[in-house]
Design a protein around this ligand. Structure first.
Ligand code: ZN
Length: 507
């Protein structure tokens, strides 16, 4: 496809505009990273001013009428034959994002931002005092704004679709419901069978004293070994781990250490390194534009979950790394067998806290939230009734009931931060991870045999080629379909869980 010289200039102006906006985005990311890793407490209010100011500038630039004019001028130049070329991907995605952003009135954007800042502050207080009433009025406001947002954005079926689309573009509530329902049907009996098996690993192994500095060194060395590039990234400490990029060659991952619970930091590092390797695999020449941007939260999470669970909790992975772990933590691991360690890190049991949940029950925590937030948006559940509805769902899905609100409805920050429609992307990530992993194995041969040898590069190269380098060329579901030949489904994840857990629990 060739653009006329006038159009070519317009296209360059459009790209420059968004690349400059990305300079602001990345500066904001750096401010946020610093806020969550280094900032002295007293610096908080001024930092909030800096971030809000930049966010305002970014919003102005993204909704600038000039962008609409450029897009309009260029759109006639493209035909269907250009579909999937880089320039077409730029046009398609910038148009989609521009239309969405300009549909939201400034007043709504400001109201929602303010409600989410106040909501998060109220959440901290509510959680500390185990008192949902502190959060309730803020959550009422947030829900009003989110319903208004959905109406402005528009939807075909249910309002929740519009909110889900913010995080998983193109995905539909009905489809996610179907796939999670199928997953639940097979997951619940598996978890029940595990509980009835009478077998449990010795978890005490994981609660011994693991020197924090050794945890950092060992975690970093494993992250580097599997492919996280520390010349283009770094690892720091935070309270709520995250991964953030502030340039094409600057990806920051974070973790938190618990001297008496080994999995928190180690699997946290693998998880964030998985996110980080995706960011590091995006095309640097298109940084800040759709061909060099991640496609959806579900695909992002598929990368983190793959390295954390499918690779990092596999037997072959530990056959390779366990001797090094024993050397790093000689006083705690020297007398432990690989099999006992492997069983302990793959323990499955219903629990109350999502972020500490195992690979299998994790998805039940997501189903609870997915159902509740849909009911809230649809108006079938009031905020006042939410805490008890939460407890009832836990009883129904996991067979346990929180003893207080802090371990129940107040455990996650998402809703108070106005993130509604976000939770299902965690489970989509788990499902996509298994589908992609199976296809990688089909293409590359026995991956476990490679892990046993400490070879992780073939899998990473495969992900680079098939997932990372494609940027936003295809929507998430389409991308997975093109790679694997199948729609999203629960089969590969369930097979992976059965193959691992049935032998462990003698099922
Ligand atoms: Zn993640």
């Amino acid at each position: 496809m060739t653009l006329s010289s006038t159009s070519s200039r317009t296209f360059d102006q459009l790209c420059n505009h968004f690349q400059e906006t990305t300079l602001l985005h990345s500066a904001n990311s750096l401010l946020e990273w610093d806020e969550r890793t280094k900032l002295p407490t007293s610096g908080g209010p001024y930092r909030a001013e800096q971030i809000t100011y930049l966010a305002g500038l970014i919003h102005q630039r993204e909704t600038d009428l000039q962008v609409g004019a450029w897009l309009e001028e260029l759109e006639g130049e493209f035909t269907d034959q250009d579909a999937s070329g880089d320039k077409w991907v730029v046009m398609r995605e910038l148009r989609r994002q521009y239309d969405k952003k300009t549909r939201l009135p400034q007043k709504l954007v400001e109201g929602l931002t303010r409600a989410s800042v106040l909501g998060q502050q109220a959440w901290v207080e509510a959680r500390k005092n185990d008192d949902f009433a502190i959060l309730q009025p803020l959550l009422d406001d947030i829900l009003k704004f989110k319903r208004e947002q959905a109406e402005c954005l528009g939807y075909e079926d249910v309002a929740y679709d519009a909110l889900l689309d913010e995080f998983e573009p193109g995905e539909k509530t009905a489809n996610v419901t179907r796939v999670l329902e199928n997953l639940r049907e097979e997951l619940v009996p598996l978890v029940a069978a595990i509980q009835d098996s009478g077998k449990t690993p010795s978890l005490e192994i994981l609660n011994r004293e693991y020197c924090v500095e050794e945890q950092r060194k060992f975690g970093e060395s494993v992250a580097a070994h599997i492919g996280f590039d520390f010349s283009r990234g770094r690892l720091d400490v935070t309270d709520h781990p995250f991964c953030s990029s502030m340039g094409p060659h600057d990806c920051r991952i974070t973790t938190r250490y618990d001297a008496h619970y080994y999995p928190t930091a180690f699997f946290g590092i693998l998880h964030e390194a998985g996110h980080g390797m995706y960011d590091q695999g995006l095309r640097a020449d298109w940084y800040g534009l759709p061909p060099g941007s991640y496609v959806s939260l579900g695909i992002h999470e598929s990368q983190s979950r793959m390295w954390e669970n499918l690779v990092g909790r596999s037997y072959a992975f530990w056959q390779h790394f366990f001797p090094a772990a024993q050397a790093a933590f000689p006083t705690v691991l020297q007398t432990i067998t690989l099999d006992d360690f492997y069983f302990a890190i793959n323990d499955v049991r219903p629990s109350l806290i999502r972020v500490e949940a195992d690979e299998a029950t994790y998805n039940l925590h997501i189903i609870v939230r997915f159902e509740l937030e849909q009911a809230l948006i649809a108006g079938n559940l009031s905020v006042a009734d939410l805490p008890d509805a939460w407890d009832d769902k836990y009883q129904q899905c996991l067979g346990i009931r929180p003893a207080n609100r802090a371990d129940g409805v107040l455990q996650d920050i998402h809703w108070s931060a106005a993130l509604i429609g976000y939770f299902p992307t965690y489970s989509l990530g788990n499902l996509y991870a298994s589908q992609l992993f199976d296809k990688a194995e089909e293409d590359l041969g026995n991956l476990n045999a490679q892990f046993l040898q400490g070879e992780f590069q073939p899998l990473l190269r495969w992900l680079r080629k098939n997932v990372h380098s494609t940027g936003q060329r295809y929507p998430a579901a389409d991308l997975v379909h093109r790679i694997t030949g199948t729609e999203i489904h629960h089969g590969p994840l369930m097979k992976h869980l059965r193959d691992k857990l049935e032998p462990l629990y003698g099922l």
